[in-house]
Design a protein. Structure first.
Length: 284
């Protein structure tokens, strides 16, 4: 039985070619259960979650990496996020009467896709992802080529129950020997079937693909769903809305109710809460 909800890095010995593998089971199912996603939307959400884990593994930082897309097609919003310690969350917004089984461009229509890197310390960075390819993997490969100047291959699969992916990268400073290795392993990786990547454990899949190469597989890391929402963060969002707007809602409704869009946690704030937020003490 394949291991689920795990991530592993690997390298090809004596080369500048590295890779990563991830497989999501329970974490993907928990995220997918937050809304009645059609198969096409659920599949793309799974691919985005896998991509967020693989891409975050290429960074040396503490914080989060998120993939976000806004479109004018039947898929309005797609968002997947992974933290440095492999906690993931994600969501999709869609027009349930118009979702089709078409490619990424048809689902999103005109719109924007971006990668946002938010370190716990330091400045936030956002990079625009090209939308010229018809698959999520293709768009992200173009992003790495243009923004990072790193040759990257991404293979992403998802079905109703699980999602999985492979990432290969050719790092700067490669030799002619590395170039040959890159062409070879990249070609082999493209032969993998969805059923293999979704069902087989890392050791089996890497042996099947690269048994003629010397591959070092690092220790596995657990991936899990966890939402980063909290009452404090929700108060921060209210502070950003502004004092006048918050008191206007209170005057109209008597309280402010907010639900987390990722985990549906419910937060309720009364006038005392808002007084304390904007003045530091209770006025009423």
């Amino acid at each position: 039985m394949a291991s689920r909800d795990q991530f592993q890095r690997f390298i090809f010995e004596d080369s500048q070619v590295r890779g990563a593998w991830v497989q999501l089971g329970e974490s993907f199912q928990e995220i997918g259960s937050q809304a009645p996603y059609p198969d096409s939307v659920r599949g793309l959400l799974g691919e985005a979650l896998v991509a967020s884990v693989l891409m975050s593994s290429t960074l040396k930082f503490e914080g989060t990496l998120s993939l976000q897309a806004q479109g004018e097609g039947p898929l309005r919003t797609l968002m997947a996020e992974c933290s440095h310690d492999r906690y993931i969350r994600g969501l999709a917004r869609f027009d349930e009467h118009a979702v089709s089984e078409e490619n990424l461009h048809d689902m999103l229509g005109e719109g924007r896709m971006a990668i946002t890197i938010t370190p716990n310390k330091g400045n936030r960075y956002q990079g625009v992802v090209p939308r010229e390819e018809n698959s999520l993997a293709g768009c992200l490969e173009e992003y790495f080529e243009r923004s990072e100047q790193i040759a990257t291959s991404l293979i992403l699969f998802a079905d109703e129950h699980s999602a999985a992916g492979l990432l290969l990268q050719r790092m700067p400073g490669t030799t002619e020997q590395d170039d040959d290795l890159w062409e070879r392993v990249n070609h082999l990786a493209r032969t993998v079937e969805a059923s293999e990547l979704l069902e087989l454990d890392s050791e089996t899949i890497l042996h099947r693909l690269f048994h003629e190469e010397t591959v070092r597989l690092f220790e596995p890391e657990t991936v899990a769903f966890r939402c980063s929402c909290s009452r404090e963060r929700t108060l921060g969002a209210l502070e950003a809305i502004g004092k006048d707007e918050c008191y206007s809602i209170l005057d109209e409704q008597g309280q402010i109710d907010m639900d987390c869009q990722f985990c549906h946690a419910h937060y309720r704030f009364d006038r005392n809460d808002i007084d304390h937020l904007f003045t530091g003490h209770t006025l009423h």
